[in-house]
Design a protein around this ligand. Structure first.
Ligand code: BMA
Length: 342
């Protein structure tokens, strides 16, 4: 096991399970990596929409250096923890056709789910030779068919929708990738508004990637925000890079550690941060996060559910290989965000 310094640990209030909750071995179809899922509670069931990369394995990947195909799969569970029933059909498979994507050919990945006014929507990233766009799609109530509503301009990889309109407008967090900033690149978190989920504007800057206390590289929105009395509780991912971190998974070099952070945004104006935990909420510290899989030390949260009893389930991809869940009480998470000496 590679030990990275400084050592980072998940917040003390976080409970993780012994093993991931969904893996490539659980798939009824070809699968190499199952990760970066969105999860919601819908009509009494937990619905997970996940990324499935397939068409290679470790040996082939080392020669060809690519994942030829990605599909977006669906799994359903009664308790959000185990017994996930994986559907045999996908919402999307690559290459995504022109008809499915308003003229796009490529792949969709990293889905997040938000239910707004009783209707589920997906945010995804899409790749092509002309850049990365953020995709918003509506999904039918059975999670059998998704239809693209809008796509952002390149390059914008991480978008999440708020679960209700704020001041009459739909809102999203997003992470455009600016190339001509005063830094070599500028991967910050922004937020914008829309009257109809298609036209987006009134963009406001939220958080700089280069002002993070425990990372020094990109940041981006993670799971869709959850409403609490104190504000919008929301996770983000952040990347710590160090050229000395060499082999860290299948590739000869992967000098990065991805972690999950948590912050609280103002209920009426979510472009205002009310508080942020100054340490990682989720750091890679379980063997399946540090010692197994494609890209080790990679935590990528995509789903967060607040239960009636105050338990928060946080779903995240680990090692770009598995889907996992961690839990914490909402009061503890709020305390992390609001207590200044963290
Ligand atoms: C990001 C995305 C994610 C992935 C992460 C770590 O840029 O591609 O899907 O989890 O890198 O590999």
């Amino acid at each position: 096991m590679a030990i990275f310094h400084p050592i980072r640990k998940s917040a003390p209030c976080i409970k993780k399970l012994e093993r991931p909750i969904l893996t490539p071995a659980d798939m009824p179809y070809e699968s190499t990596l199952v990760f970066n899922a969105g999860v919601t509670k819908f009509n009494g069931k937990y619905v997970m929409v996940f990324r499935n990369d397939y068409g290679t394995d470790e040996e082939r990947f080392l020669k060809e250096r690519c994942f030829p195909a990605t599909s977006i799969g669906v799994a359903v569970s009664d308790n959000g923890i185990d017994n996930w029933q994986v559907r045999t059909t996908h919402l999307f498979d690559s290459p995504v056709t022109k008809a499915e994507s308003n003229g796009w050919i490529g792949r969709f990945y990293d889905p997040r789910i938000t239910v707004i006014e009783g209707k589920p929507y997906l945010c995804m990233a899409s790749d092509s030779k002309r850049g990365i766009q953020g995709v918003i799609a509506e999904v039918d109530d059975n999670f059998e068919k998704a239809t693209v509503l809008s796509m952002s301009a390149p390059n914008n990889r991480n978008m999440v929708l708020f679960p209700e309109r704020i001041g009459g407008m739909y809102m999203r967090l997003e992470r455009p990738m600016a190339m001509y900033s005063d830094d070599a690149y500028c991967f910050d978190i922004w937020c914008s508004k829309s009257p109809d989920l298609k036209f987006w504007g009134d963009i406001k800057h939220i958080q700089r990637h280069d002002k993070m206390p425990f990372s020094n590289d990109k940041i981006g929105p993670a799971a869709p925000p959850v409403k609490t009395e104190k504000g919008w509780l929301t996770t983000f991912h952040c990347v710590e890079s160090n050229p000395e971190w060499g082999k860290n998974g299948w590739e000869p070099r992967w000098p990065h550690r991805y972690m999950g952070g948590i912050m609280l945004l103002d209920l009426e104006d979510p472009s205002k941060i009310l508080g942020m935990y100054k340490q990682p909420l989720l750091a890679p510290d379980m063997p399946y996060e540090t010692d197994e899989g494609f890209r080790q030390n990679t935590i990528f949260p995509g789903g967060m559910i607040l239960e009636d009893d105050g338990e928060v389930k946080i779903y995240y991809g680990a090692s770009d290989t598995y889907e996992c869940v961690a839990t914490a009480h909402v009061d503890e998470l709020l305390k992390l965000c609001l207590e200044s000496n963290n």
